[in-house]
Design a protein around this ligand. Structure first.
Ligand code: ADP
Length: 479
């Protein structure tokens, strides 16, 4: 199949979040299955600088802007950069000092239109797979814009939601600036409480909708998780699917991790993790000793349960756990964590920054990994933690529910909180402490967690089955 992905971010060329990781890993996994895969992205100069990679291959113009098209073969796929300096030379991708760029609707309406034009020029595609609001106009245009449809009449569309909270909502003036006809500004298509909503336009137009875990796919049909679009999604209920993200196993592997002084596999996990714990204690000023270490690597936001963690810090320490948190985000949580470190010298380490190397070392050193999210489309932290033998302590929501098996269920890989409350957190930690004090039970759980399959292979096959379904082909048997 000829498959074209459209997204604003792709590792290693641009990244603000998990979206970029998915686009860096899923397309190569699809290419490994024998498909012809293209990824179209804006040439964000924030990270690329002046050197846009690839070979020039003409240009596309629309909405009064022109983008040079350049094509780079990369990990078995074709990455197509749309280089339009007027729109994509910015200090950061979407906003500055907390303010979204006012021309964001035009930046990404141009992206969707120019990407479709570039794909058509490069030979077309059977599947156009758009990701998040930045690409969500592509399915809309292929359904409602005659010229676009005419250029790729056979294309079918998939739209993936990586986080429903970001929808691309804009004042109505955006319609004209984006070249969108007024007739589409209705409740059935683009209009959402008086605003133009790119994501909604994509959701009502795509042949299939996916999100990044089966549980989140069900949750977003409810008012609690639907961010106002639950009605729109429920109306498309039989076209909504959940496909779990994988991990980049080259990057996250304790047996080959260059950030660790001592690498380890399942067999040497106890020794390897002790060495990592000692090294981290020296680096961060934690007291030496054999108290269990609870780690957290996270954006510090309410979504991630940062409020609960900061409120419960004293009690967690009183229960005999040492704590290390690496994160940045909302100031009130950053301050609370710094205060926690000051109040518990040698027992709590709070590192407030983004630090890839330290993240690797914390996953390796931790016995337990805390991720009590309020909602979690998929979550990578818990998957990385399991691979490094740190047993995750998580809420039963979204991708956390789909990836972590509770210790009490047999073949457990972690500890699942029944609800997001102080009592549930302390109860889960008490259960975890029991396991940590039983070397045999710990070893079994750790081995199960470390050998869990988090590769992209199975998920890539699920996407292929979905593409075949929307193309009306018979689906392959799984595997
Ligand atoms: P989200 O995308 O919602 O932030 P995920 O769990 O899906 O959450 O992905 C978070 C990723 O970012 C993980 O790889 C985690 O290790 C990493 N990360 C989060 N905060 C930091 C930080 N302060 N330093 C280094 N890595 C971080």
């Amino acid at each position: 199949m000829r498959i074209a992905h459209l997204a604003s971010e792709v590792v290693p060329f641009s990244k603000t979040g998990g979206l970029a990781d998915v686009l860096g890993a899923l397309p190569p996994a699809l290419a490994d299955l024998g498909h012809d895969v293209t990824v179209v992205v804006p040439a964000h100069r924030t990270t690329l600088g002046d050197a846009v990679p690839g070979k020039r291959s003409g240009e596309v113009g629309i909405l009064g802007y022109t983008a040079k098209v350049s094509v780079l073969p990369h990990r078995g796929v074709r990455v197509v950069f749309l280089d339009c300096p007027a729109l994509y030379v910015r200090p950061a991708l979407y906003s500055l000092a907390g303010q979204d760029y006012p021309d964001n609707p035009v930046r990404f309406a141009f992206f969707a239109r120019a990407a479709l034009a570039a794909i058509a020029k490069l030979g077309g595609a059977e599947i156009v797979h758009a990701h998040d609001w930045q690409a969500a106009l592509a399915p809309l245009l292929l359904r409602h814009d005659g010229k676009t449809r005419f250029a790729m009449p056979a294309a079918r569309t998939v739209l993936t939601i990586h986080n429903l909270a970001y929808q691309g909502g804009f004042a109505p003036w955006a319609l004209e600036a984006c070249g969108l006809p007024r007739r589409l500004f209705t409740m059935d298509v683009l209009e959402f409480y008086g605003a133009v909503n790119f994501l909604k336009g994509g959701l009502v137009s795509a042949d299939a909708i996916t999100t990044v875990s089966p549980t989140y796919a069900r949750e977003i049909l409810s008012p609690q998780f639907g961010c106002g679009l639950d009605g729109v999604l429920a109306a498309r209920g039989n076209a909504v699917f959940g496909i779990l993200n994988g991990l980049d196993l080259d990057e996250w592997d304790p047996a080959r991790d260059t950030h660790l002084e001592r690498t380890y596999g399942v067999d040497g996990a106890a020794e390897g993790k002790r060495a990592a714990r000692d090294a981290l204690a020296r680096e961060l000023g934690l007291a030496p000793g054999r108290r269990p270490l609870l780690g957290m690597v996270s954006r510090l936001a309410e979504q991630k349960g940062a409020d609960l963690v900061t409120a419960m810090l004293d009690e967690i320490v009183a229960k005999g756990l040492d704590v290390v948190v690496l994160g940045s985000g909302e100031r009130r949580y950053e301050e609370a964590l710094r205060a926690g470190q000051a109040a518990h010298p040698g027992r709590v380490a709070a590192v407030i920054r983004f630090d890839e190397r330290l993240a690797h070392r914390i996953y390796a050193a931790s016995d337990l990994f805390l991720m009590p999210s309020r909602y979690e489309p998929c979550g990578l932290g818990q998957m990385i933690a399991m691979r490094y033998g740190a047993l995750p302590v998580v809420t039963r929501t979204g991708g956390l529910a789909d990836t972590v098996v509770d210790a009490d269920a047999g073949d457990g890989t972690g500890f699942v909180l029944a609800e997001l409350t102080p009592a549930a957190l302390m109860a889960a930690l008490a259960r975890a402490r029991k396991v940590l004090s039983s070397p045999r039970k710990l070893q079994t759980m750790r081995a199960t967690a470390m050998t869990r399959d988090s590769s992209w292979g199975a998920s890539a096959r699920e996407y292929v089955a979905l593409y075949e379904r929307v193309l009306g082909l018979p689906a392959h048997a799984a595997g």
